[in-house]
Structure formats: C-alpha cells, structure tokens
Design a protein around this ligand. Structure first.
Ligand code: AHG
Ligand code: MN
Ligand code: MN
Length: 329
C-alpha cells in the first residue's frame, strides 16, 4: 500500500511557490488539531462546555467553546508571521496585528471559529470555516477594513474543519478541493479525499423548515417540488438538517444535495454571514463543481459592505441550485 500523504507533504508539493500560504495552512492545522481534542473532551471539561453568559455583536449567545476556538485561531494566525489581520464572527471589529512581523504579512483571514455552536452541548458535528485573502493595503502597515471587505472571487484559499465522527480538513487554493482526515494517534492530517467533486444532482435538501411560512412563497413551492413525485427522481427527496452549516454542506458535497437559508421574517437578509460562512463554502462548492447563490446572484460576486453582513444562501449541487433559483424568478 502506498504511504499516506500527510498535510505537511501535500502543502510542500502543492504550494511550493507560495511559502506564505503554507504558513497560513500550518496555523489552521495546528489550531484545529488542538481544538479537536478540546471538542472531543467537551463533556468532561467544565471550562469549555456551556454558555459563556455573553452575546456577540450579532446578539447570539456565545458558548465557552466559541471563545476557546476564537482565541486558538487568533493566536495561531498572530504567531504564524504571514497574517496581518483577521476578522471573526466572535469579534465586533476586525483585528489588525501590531507586531512588525505581522505588519509585513501579506494575508488576511476571515473565519467562523465554531460553526453550529448550538450543537456543542448535544454532541453533534460542528466546524471551523475560513477564507484567506491577500491584503490590499501595503505590507509594512496595519491591516485596514478594506482588506477585509473583498468579494469572494478574491479568495486565495478557503475551507473548513469539520469536527464530526472524524475530524476533517477540507480546503482549496483554486485548483480543486482536497480533504484530509485527522489521525488521532499520530495527531496529523492525512489526505483521505483527493480532488472532491460535488455530484451534479442529489436527493437531499437541507433547510430549517420551521421557517417555511416565514419566507417568500416561491420557496415554499420549491420545497413542495422537492417533496413531490414530480421532481427529477419522481419521488420525494430526503430532508436532512443538522443545524451546523458546515456539516450540512459537507454531506451535500459528498452525497449531492442543496442547503438553503433564505431571507426569513426574523432575518430579512438571511441568517448566514457572507464573509466567513457563505464565501468560503461557496469557493469550495464552485471548486468542486457545485454552485452558491443568494437565490438571484452568485455569492462570490457580492461586494461586501460590512464585516458581519448576512445574505440569503442557496448552495450545493449545481442543477439543484439552478432549479431552486428557477422558482424564485
Ligand atoms: P454559528 O453557530 O456560527 O452562529 O452558526 C449557526 C448557523 C449555521 O451553522 C446553521 O446552519 C444555522 O445557523 C442554523 O440556524 P437555525 O437554527 O435558524 O436553523
Ligand atoms: Mn456559523
Ligand atoms: Mn460560529
């Protein structure tokens, strides 16, 4: 049997011409490896289980593990020497790193430290989502807001870590999507899913159907189509909704399916955040042959106006997203 390819060997071969990017990926790998261990032990450790007692800028209750994850990734990026600033779901404003080494860094990273945090206490899959950009501001200065507000088309790398039945890192630098699984004995990620492709069509739909009467009526018609015998498979699709975007997306990436978080009454712009949830997964989806839109336009082309901006989100198998969009016209 050929020897398994470690993430370190993979990055050395595939990003040989961009040493800086290797440092960013190493930072993600190192923070995620530690966080994975914390998550596996969450039920046994009082200081990481449960609510923190504070809300974030978006009015959502922060879990202790949200902050453990946020701090771990910020520290990893701050120390990796090539990242000049970050923005994350858990921080009201972006963070520009002050050290001279960081100011010389050419990358910024936008991330959701823990996605699906309402699933932490109930032992259900959660994840970390990240997007890497080149800064616009000159190196040798502090990062500025403009560095953070770039359209998703400018991502140089994006991906996620899924803390599921195994821990996986899935990422792309624009040359396809590769998946790595954490070997918990060696504490290293190995290539397990080379060149992932999202099936063109699938039989799974994921939406919080509790919201079905809270969204535009045309979407109700699309969900009825999914549940009918008049769809492409002449039988109802299966509904699957984990409530962790990253886990719902990963299932659809492998099996084929669509994930929808539309504009709803409580969230007129949708619930999910463009910069650190929607864009990175849209980049992965497109790289794997799938599609991601607001229902009306390509996610990666949306010009961000604010750090925590939300957008309606339709992502998954290409022909399913196209079909859903055809109902909204
Ligand atoms: P986060 O835990 O980072 O705040 O994200 C939660 C998101 C996403 O993961 C999930 O798909 C969605 O919120 C679930 O929302 P509903 O509970 O409204 O379905
Ligand atoms: Mn999230
Ligand atoms: Mn989160």
């Amino acid at each position: 049997m050929p020897e398994a390819i470690s993430i370190a060997d993979f990055t050395l071969v595939n990003h040989a011409s961009d040493e800086g990017l290797i440092h960013v990926i190493n930072a993600i790998v190192s923070a995620a490896t530690g966080l994975s261990k914390d998550i596996r032990n969450a039920g046994l450790e009082d200081h990481i289980l449960g609510a923190q007692g504070l809300d974030n800028v978006q009015g959502e209750a922060q879990q202790k593990l949200d902050l453990v994850a946020d701090n771990a990734f910020i520290a990893a990026f701050q120390n990796c020497g090539v990242v000049c600033g970050i923005a994350s779901e858990e921080n009201d404003d972006f963070v520009a790193f002050a050290s001279q080494e960081s100011q010389n860094g050419k990358y910024i990273v936008l991330f959701d430290p823990l996605d699906g945090s309402s699933n932490i206490d109930v032992n259900v899959s959660i994840g970390t989502i990240f997007a890497v950009y080149r800064r616009i501001s000159p190196t040798g200065t502090m990062a500025v807001l403009e560095d953070m507000l770039q359209p998703g088309t400018q991502q140089v790398a994006a991906g996620y870590v899924l803390y599921g039945s195994s821990t996986m890192l899935v990422y792309s630098t624009g040359n396809g999507v590769n998946g790595f699984t954490l070997d918990t004995v060696l504490n290293k990620f190995f290539l397990s899913h080379p060149m992932m492709k999202m099936p063109e069509m699938g039989r799974y739909y994921a939406m919080n159907e509790g919201n079905i009467n809270e969204c535009e009526p045309a979407l109700k018609d699309y969900i009825a189509y999914c549940q009918s015998h008049q769809n492409d498979f002449n039988s109802p699709y299966s509904g699957r909704y984990i409530g962790s975007l990253v886990a719902d997306f990963h299932r659809n990436l492998i099996k084929g399916g669509i994930y929808i978080y539309p504009a709803v009454f409580a969230h007129p712009m949708g619930r999910l955040r463009l910069l650190y949830e929607c864009n990175p997964l849209a980049f992965i989806a497109e790289q794997a042959g799938g599609l991601a839109t607001t229902g009306r336009e390509r996610i990666l082309s949306v010009q961000p106006q604010q750090l925590h901006q939300r957008v309606p989100y339709f992502i998954g198998s290409k022909s399913m997203v196209q079909k859903a969009m055809s109902f909204l016209k």
